[in-house]
Design a protein around this ligand. Structure first.
Ligand SMILES: [Zn+2]
Length: 230
């Protein structure tokens, strides 16, 4: 979603369910910075792996639902997230467009539910003990913890009505369907207000990094509103 995505010789490329995927080296670097723990390098690697699986699942949700409507799709993972882009080769309804947008967070919520189910199953079967100090077990618990946290919070964050997050795009589709002439402007204004409010609240709570992210999204929305001729 954010950051440069220009191809480099160090990109990892593969296909999944006939969808081409490219991973920019900055994805690994920013992932390492986000999960950095000098005293626990294997933990940092596990965090990056969980981030990779989670962001890929989110973007696969978008890409597979776009492919379902016959739109050729591709995925790029880069610094601070991913991007599923598709070519809208034929017109689809507002509800269908919303389903493509929601499929990203939706896929993440499904992965979250699957992880919660698997974790509970392993606990009730006695395979893992949440209070166990054994490293192997706590590693698995660590993987469950990262996957749950990333998929739940990333999905909820993404559904806020702030453009270009998925929630902002859903709000734009809904408002444009409701008011074809003023809907887009209204969605940008909502996006600006929620972006500023989110940034202020996050700063107060001491979450500097997401606060800066929100502030930059709000600023982008402000610039779009300024430059737009309605
Ligand atoms: Zn998304």
């Amino acid at each position: 979603m954010f950051g440069s995505a220009n191809p480099t010789p160090y990109d990892l490329r593969f296909s999944l369910f006939r969808i081409p995927v490219r991973v920019h080296p900055m994805f690994w670097l920013v992932g390492a910075l986000m999960g950095w723990n000098a005293g626990d390098l294997p933990g940092t690697v596990l965090f990056i792996a969980c981030l990779f699986v989670s962001i890929l699942t989110h973007e696969m949700g978008h890409a597979l639902s776009a492919q379902h409507y016959g739109w050729p799709a591709e995925i790029v993972l880069m610094a601070f997230g991913g991007l599923a882009s598709y070519i809208p080769t034929r017109r689809i309804s507002t509800a269908q467009r919303i389903s493509v947008i929601f499929a990203g967070p939706g896929a993440g919520f499904l992965l979250y539910a699957l992880v919660v189910f698997l974790e509970q199953l392993l606990i009730t079967r006695g395979v893992i003990n949440p209070d166990s100090p054994i490293v192997g077990e706590s590693r698995l618990m660590g993987v469950f913890f990262y996957l749950k946290r990333i998929n739940l919070w990333w999905g909820l964050f993404n559904l806020l009505p702030v453009y270009p997050l998925d929630g902002g795009q859903i709000a734009r589709e809904l408002l444009r369907a409701w008011r074809p002439w003023t809907g887009v402007e209204l969605s940008l204004k909502i996006s600006l207000v929620v972006g500023v409010a989110g940034a202020v609240w996050l700063f107060r709570e001491g979450h500097t990094f997401p606060a800066v992210l929100f502030a930059s999204l709000a600023f982008e929305n402000f610039q779009t509103l300024q430059g737009r001729h309605f």
